[in-house]
Design a protein around this ligand. Structure first.
Ligand code: AN7
Length: 351
C-alpha cells in the first residue's frame, strides 16, 4: 500500500511528533522505460516519470501534502496560493481533505479547463485575476504576510521538501541517480526540489553521482534563459506561462552545480513532443510536461545528451487536465456513422 510521501520519507522530511501524517496517496509514481521514443532518438536508457499519476494529476501533491501538514501544525485555518492551475487543484484537494478553507488566485483565461474543474469540485474559493500568474503571486505573498493565512506556493520551503522525494524514488528505482534529468521549468520550484533531493541522496551515499539537470522553459516564457524578467509571457503550455520565477536563483544554482542547462523550446516543439509521446509511448501528458520531452529531443539532436547515458524525463502532469488542446493535434478524422454494422464494417476495412 502507498502510505504517502510523509510516511514513506519521514526521516528525510521536516516532520516532528506533532506533524499530522496526512495523505491522499501521493508519490510512488511509475517510472516507465521508453521503447519507441528511445529507439527513434537512438537512446539506450530513457525513462519517463509519470507524475500525472499523483492524486490530483500532477507533481504538486508531493509538496502540497508537506505544506498543508505544516499549515495544520501551525494551526492555520486558511491556505492560499497563486496558480497557473495545478497548484490550485492540489491545494484545493488537500484543503478539503483537512477541512481547511482554500483560496486560489488564477490568471483569468489562461488556466486549463480540467484544473479549474478540480478546484470547483474540491470546493475552493476561486479568484480569477485580470493579470498574470506573477502578479497573482505578488498579491498572495503580500496578503499572507499581513494575515494568518498559510501560503502554499513553492516559495514555502515545505513544498520543496515534499517535492524532493521524487528524486529519491527515481534513484531507488534505477539503483542509482540517472545521468541526465529533463524537466520543465515554470516558477522553478520543481527543478530546485529535484536538485536538493539528488544532492541529499548523494550525501547519504545512496547514489554514486548526481544527474546533470536539464531544465526547459517555453520560448515565450523563458526569463531564466534570457536572463531577464518577461513582462507578458505567452505559451500554449499555460502551466509554465511565468515571467518572473520565484525560485530563479536556485534554478540557476541547480543548473550550474550539476553542470546542466536551462534552455527554451518553442510551442511547436512542445506540441510535437506532446503528440509524439502519446503516439509512440501511449503516454498522455499536459503541454507543460511535454516541454521536457521537447527539450530532450533538442538536446539529443544538438549532441548535449549522449546516446549511451541514462536519461529521465519528468512528465509533471496528465494530459486530461487540458482536454481542449488535444484538438490542436487532431489529424485522424472523427467520423459519424449510422448505427448499422454494414456501414461500420465498410469504414473499418477502408482505414
Ligand atoms: C504541469 O500550478 O506554477 O517550475 O501554479 O503545472 O516548479 O513551477 C505549475 C507549474 C511544470 C513548472 N509542469 O513547475 C502552478 C504552477 C506542470 C506545472 C510546472 C508546472 P515549477
Amino acid at each position: 500500500m502507498n502510505q504517502g510521501v510523509l510516511q514513506t520519507y519521514r526521516e528525510h522530511l521536516p516532520i516532528s511528533s506533532s506533524t499530522p501524517m496526512i495523505s491522499l496517496g501521493e508519490g510512488d509514481t511509475p517510472l516507465v522505460r521508453s521503447h519507441r521514443m528511445a529507439a527513434e532518438l537512438g537512446l539506450e536508457n530513457l525513462y519517463f516519470k509519470l507524475e500525472g499519476c499523483n492524486p490530483t494529476g500532477s507533481f504538486k501533491d508531493r509538496g502540497m501534502v508537506m505544506a498543508v501538514a505544516n499549515a495544520l501544525e501551525r494551526q492555520s485555518r486558511t491556505i492560499i496560493c497563486a496558480s497557473t492551475g495545478n497548484t490550485s487543484a492540489s491545494a484545493a484537494a488537500y484543503g478539503a481533505h483537512c477541512n481547511l478553507s482554500t483560496v486560489v488566485l488564477v490568471p483569468k483565461g489562461n488556466v486549463a479547463r480540467g484544473k479549474i474543474a478540480q478546484a470547483i469540485a474540491y470546493g475552493a474559493h476561486i479568484l480569477l485575476i485580470n493579470g498574470s500568474f506573477d502578479r497573482a503571486l505578488a498579491i498572495v505573498r503580500e496578503l499572507s504576510e499581513r494575515h494568518p493565512i498559510a501560503l502554499v506556493n513553492s516559495v514555502n520551503p515545505y513544498r520543496i521538501e515534499g517535492q524532493k522525494t521524487a528524486a529519491f524514488e527515481i534513484s531507488d528505482a534505477l539503483g542509482d541517480a540517472p545521468d541526465y534529468l529533463c524537466i520543465p521549468v515554470g516558477n522553478a520550484g520543481n527543478i530546485t526540489a529535484y536538485w536538493k533531493g539528488f544532492k541529499e541522496y548523494h550525501e547519504l551515499e545512496a547514489t554514486t553521482h548526481t544527474p546533470q539537470m536539464f531544465g526547459f522553459q517555453a520560448e515565450g516564457a523563458a526569463p531564466i534563459v534570457r536572463g531577464e524578467i518577461v513582462e507578458s509571457p505567452e505559451t500554449i503550455a499555460t502551466a509554465i506561462r511565468i515571467g518572473n520565477p520565484a525560485s530563479w536563483r536556485s534554478a540557476v544554482e541547480a543548473r550550474d552545480e550539476s553542470g546542466g542547462l536551462i534552455d527554451a523550446v518553442t510551442d511547436e516543439e512542445i506540441l510535437a513532443a506532446y503528440k509524439l509521446l502519446a503516439r509512440l509511448e501511449g503516454i498522455f501528458c499536459e503541454p507543460a510536461s511535454a516541454a521536457s520531452v521537447a527539450g530532450l529531443i533538442k538536446s539529443v539532436g544538438n549532441g548535449l545528451i549522449p546516446r549511451d547515458k541514462t536519461v529521465v524525463c519528468i512528465l509533471t502532469g496528465t494530459g486530461l487536465k487540458d482536454p481542449d488542446l488535444a484538438n490542436q493535434i487532431a489529424d485522424i478524422p472523427l467520423r459519424e456513422l449510422s448505427a448499422e454494422s454494414d456501414e461500420v464494417e465498410r469504414v473499418i476495412l477502408s482505414l
